[in-house]
Design a protein around this ligand. Structure first.
Ligand SMILES: [Ca+2]
Ligand SMILES: [Ca+2]
Ligand SMILES: [Ca+2]
Length: 469
């Protein structure tokens, strides 16, 4: 072989340039069945879900005969994206132009994976920014703070881009794995994860699910993460009456941080499944999913099965309806106001009994122009335009980009879903013995009828906690 061809061949193998990833589901637990499949087909196999009997198979060539009677299905390991902020998409060109001229493209840089700090003693006092969080008032979440135990005893898993777990308004709201000893290199609780104090980072495969974000220009050019998971977490459980920042819908609920989407805004199905399985196995009551992708013909079974496993264990899956769709070739958003029931975004449309799909509304109770909806799959509307919440580095934003005349606000069904996750935590915390189904039905029974979503979501209404007693 020519030396050049040889070295190109070596590079391809070493970087898996042409490797494809599949998810293989076996219908037998027997080890010899799996071993036989692995040895016959070659490539690399990694366990994704013990409960689901699911493996990731990385291979350069999928042989025609790779099917056998012990395999339920082989599907592609699909990419999953966080739902991009429609306000950024809409103003992208103008913002890029303005940034090029001002040369202020660098956002604040925060090092990845800071040491996990312990909960801190905080001041008493009102939250100075809370008055600017319109959604906290329109949903009566602020009044509910005085009527219910604020989510106490409820764990909400944020499956997202990670969380700034040391943020002053989140540090006391983080779930802490009491069965794990910090930094001893041992999997003390034997759950398969070493030193998992707050959750896990499935994207980087480490014990620090920090919300690493890209600088502004990279976010604008390639659709990366501007602190998405931290923003989502603050809507759910930012600390109340600690004299700083804002407050979440359920400030006594605990956030389990499960990072599976990286700083570029992308994740994969196998890591989404690992995050869901982790949430279910480690005591989460609610999973927030502000992400998704377009439905495929046959490749969605693994994710469906993971949500069904959560359903079987009484874990609720709150999911964003989606913000229209992106044209991959032009990078432009199009097709706003999409009916999910006919043009499905997954996992929003699966509609298992533990799922609550959420559309976005604005401060005038109008359906947000970007929001998907669906009479069957989407259950209610919730605030999702210009939402104020926590972002990495002890900061707060309702506006991601503010260049004077050009602004992009924190918009998205991504922000609407955590309002509902927090509200469910509030209702559930009133009686920790009630079932997931009971808490979910209570939440959906007290929505406020709203013209803009009438006929577009199952309850014809929007999130409203005024009936919480
Ligand atoms: Ca562990
Ligand atoms: Ca990490
Ligand atoms: Ca606060």
């Amino acid at each position: 072989m020519n030396i050049w061809i040889k070295s190109i061949f070596a590079i391809c193998i070493s970087t898996n340039l042409f490797a494809q990833e599949y998810l293989v589901r076996f219908n037998s637990d027997k080890e010899e069945v799996k071993k036989s499949f692995f040895s016959r087909n070659g490539g690399k196999f990694d366990l994704v879900s013990k409960e689901g009997n699911l493996y990731k198979w990385t291979t350069l060539a999928r042989a025609e005969n790779s099917w056998d009677s012990n395999v339920s299905y082989i599907s592609k390991n699909k990419k999953i994206r966080l739902f991009q902020n429609p306000s950024i998409i809409k103003n992208r060109a103008a913002i890029i132009k303005a940034l090029e001229n001002s040369r202020e493209s660098k956002g604040p840089a925060y090092p990845d994976n800071p040491e996990i700090k312990t909960p801190s003693l905080q001041a008493n006092g009102t939250d100075p920014l809370l008055k600017s969080a319109w959604g906290m008032f329109s949903t009566d979440a602020v009044s509910a703070h005085n009527k219910a135990p604020q989510g106490k005893g409820i764990v909400v898993a944020v499956t997202d881009t990670g969380v700034d777990y040391n943020h002053v308004d989140l540090i006391n709201s983080m779930w802490r794995n009491k069965s794990e000893i910090a930094n001893n290199g041992i999997d003390d609780d034997k759950n398969g994860y070493v030193d998992d104090l707050l959750g896990w980072d499935f994207h980087a495969n480490d014990s620090k699910p920090y919300d690493l974000s890209m600088d502004l220009m990279d976010i604008l050019l390639s659709g990366g993460n501007p602190g998405h998971g931290t923003h989502v977490s603050g809507v759910i459980a930012a600390s109340l009456n600690n004299g700083v920042g804002t407050a979440g819908v359920a400030p006594q609920a605990k956030i389990m941080a499960l990072r599976f989407i990286g700083e570029k805004g992308e994740g994969t199905t196998d890591n989404a499944i690992k995050a869901i399985d982790y949430a279910v196995a480690n005591g989460a009551h609610i999973i927030n999913a502000s992400w998704g992708g377009e439905a495929g013909e046959e490749d969605d079974e693994p994710l469906k099965e993971a949500i069904k496993r959560a359903e079987a264990k009484g874990v609720v899956f709150v999911v964003a309806a989606g913000n229209g769709r992106l044209d991959q070739s032009t990078g432009k958003a199009h097709g706003f106001d999409i009916d999910n029931d006919s043009k499905p975004i997954v996992p929003a449309v699966y509609n298992f009994s533990n799922m609550i799909g959420v559309a976005a509304i604005d401060s005038s109770n109008q359906l947000a122009e970007f929001s998907n909806w669906g009479k069957n799959s989407i259950k209610l509307g919730a605030p999702g335009v210009k939402i104020l919440s926590t972002v990495p580095g002890d900061r707060y934003q309702d506006t991601v980009v503010d260049l004077g005349s050009i602004k992009a606000t924190w918009d998205g069904t991504s922000m609407a879903a955590p309002f509902v996750a927090g509200a469910l935590a509030v209702i559930w915390s009133q009686d920790l013995t009630q079932s997931a189904q009971t808490a979910k039905e209570k939440l959906l029974s007290i929505v406020a009828a709203t013209d803009a979503v009438s006929g577009k979501v199952a309850t014809d209404g929007r999130l409203d906690l005024h009936a919480v007693k």
